[in-house]
Design a protein around this ligand. Structure first.
Ligand code: FAD
Ligand code: MLT
Ligand code: ZN
Length: 472
């Protein structure tokens, strides 16, 4: 970076808003999974939306690419540089103020660097719920959630991040700050511009703040682990639960036995609460904002019927908050535990909900045709048709053996997804991991339209190059 540009940035972003040393920048330049590492001329840490916009203007004038970063918990390498272009990494971590909570509009105005768990806690204090919830909630930041259109465990009930955002403030690549922080439940004045930025993975601009929706806080919830004979049972159980509880299902997560074993191996203190191992499991959470609905009794009343029908083989209902947390830890522990199981090919995919069982069977067959030695760890948000179809490669493989399997396995999974009218990224985005693959699975027309949008908003191609579009 030319010294004058660096001086300009230092002047704008004082104090300590520009970091250049290798030791200090290292943590920003490697992703959570430890598989993507990038290079940057500097890490920029603006302290206000105005500073973000100013930094973008300086970078654009100097032809420097900008990679926005929130909590750096993304799964697809979107938040670390991936090209050789002169690049600045722009961390939003200092923009962490909650600007306003309005309990009449039921909205919260937050800066992009707010940690998701802090937003949830602030909503709770205001006797409200902010329902976005994912394993990384203690470190991911709302700007990153918005940029990836994060999903998580409550999508079935409350929708994706896209459905939870009412307004946005965005710094555009040329340094213009767009204030779209509206809190309107209805607004049909032409194109819904905020939706362009939601899920755009930092390739169109930098989200600096957002207005998010709040909901009534649950007064009663039931958390249970159910052993089931096969994934198909999950869909029947989901239908029955929705009907019997008046649609109070807040989460329903599918886990195959292998996932439970991984959690038990890696989560300190984790144990199987059931006496015998079973082929598959459902983690169910029911929640209601009313205290007098008797959800627990409704659920317990339904269980014998589900067991008689052979849909549920065994189960346990959390008797208190600590037990609920330990059941959730079994589920969340799979993602963390997978990190210690060997080389992992992650496939965050979706198909129509009804096709999940057939998809799983077909994908298992397709993978086995490539390699019988690969371990399949499928789990996830079954109520959304979203499976984390993760593959662990055999430990005995050397680097060449690993590389030889990577593409055939990925295509085996994605081609199956495609045959089931699914998506190769349900909630994690494309980042750099899937930027090349998407050309194989999206139609040429869709890709061309996406490129036109990119060209219109970021004509110099400086926003997060190499992400979403492989060529940057
Ligand atoms: P980062 O990783 O920092 O960035 C992600 C992308 O957004 C990058 O492309 C980056 O350039 C861009 N970006 C970041 N901030 C901004 C901004 N302010 N403006 C513009 N672009 C920006 N994801 C799910 O969807 N569902 C899950 O259930 C889920 N579970 C997870 C569990 C674990 C244990 C982990 C580690 C991750 C999980 N994830 C999940 C993935 C990840 O947490 C989400 O993608 C999250 O939304 C990323 O937020 P972040 O702040 O860490 O973003
Ligand atoms: C999760 O739901 O835990 C993550 O999105 C999944 C993953 O590890 O693939
Ligand atoms: Zn997930």
């Amino acid at each position: 970076m030319a010294q004058t540009t660096l001086d300009e940035l230092r002047q704008l972003l004082t104090p300590r808003g520009v970091i250049c040393g290798a030791d200090e920048t290292a943590r920003y330049l490697q992703d959570w999974r430890g598989i993507f590492r990038g290079q940057a001329l500097a890490v920029l840490r603006p302290g206000s939306a105005g500073e973000v916009a100013g930094a973008l203007a300086i970078c654009q004038r100097a032809g420097i690419a900008v990679v926005p970063q929130g909590g750096n918990t993304g799964m697809v390498g979107g938040s670390v540089p991936s090209t050789d272009a002169p690049t600045a990494l722009l961390s939003l971590e200092r923009l962490d103020a909650i600007r306003e909570i309005d309990t009449i509009d039921d909205t919260m105005t937050v800066e992009a660097g707010c940690i998701l768990a802090d937003i949830q806690a602030a909503a709770r204090e205001a006797d409200r719920l902010f329902p976005l919830s994912l394993g990384a909630e203690g470190s991911c930041r709302i700007g990153g959630n918005i940029a990836t259109n994060a999903g998580g465990v409550h999508v079935l009930r409350y929708g994706m991040t896209r459905d939870l955002v009412m307004g946005l403030e965005v710094a555009l690549p040329d340094g213009t700050l767009w204030n779209g922080l509206r809190r309107l439940r209805k607004d049909n004045t032409g194109y819904d511009l905020k939706q362009l930025f939601i899920g755009s993975e930092g390739t169109l601009g930098v989200v600096t703040a957002a207005v998010v929706k709040l909901f009534p806080r649950p007064r009663e919830h039931v958390v249970a682990l159910l052993a089931i004979p096969e994934p198909a049972a999950a869909l029947t159980i989901l239908g029955r639960l929705r009907q019997a509880t008046g649609d109070r299902v807040a989460a329903i997560e599918l886990m195959m036995r292998v996932g439970i074993d991984i959690s038990i191996r890696h989560v300190p203190g984790a144990r199987d609460p059931l006496e015998a191992p079973y082929p598959a499991y459902l983690l169910v959470e029911l929640a209601t904002p009313r205290a007098d609905e008797g959800l627990a009794a409704l659920f317990e009343g339904l269980l014998p019927e589900l067991m008689e029908a052979g849909l549920v083989l065994d189960g346990t209902i959390a008797a208190n908050e600590a037990q609920a947390e330990s059941l959730w830890a079994l589920r969340e522990g799979i993602t963390e535990g997978l990190q210690h199981e060997g080389i992992q090919l992650k496939h965050d995919v979706s198909v129509p909900v009804s096709r999940i069982p057939a998809f799983l069977a077909a994908a298992d067959e397709a993978v086995a045709r490539v390699s019988e030695a690969v371990r399949i760890v499928a789990f996830g948000h079954v109520g959304d048709g979203n499976v984390h179809y993760n593959l662990i490669l055999p430990a005995r493989l050397d680097a060449a053996g690993t590389e030889a399997l990577r593409e055939p396995l990925t295509h085996a999974v994605y081609d199956t997804v495609s045959a089931f009218d699914g998506s190769i990224s349900a909630e994690h985005g494309l980042g750099q991991l899937k930027a090349r693959e998407i050309a194989r699975y999206k139609t040429p027309l869709e890709l061309a339209l996406m490129r036109r949008i990119k060209q219109a908003l970021d004509p110099d191609g400086l926003m997060n190059p190499g992400k979403v579009f492989a060529d940057g």
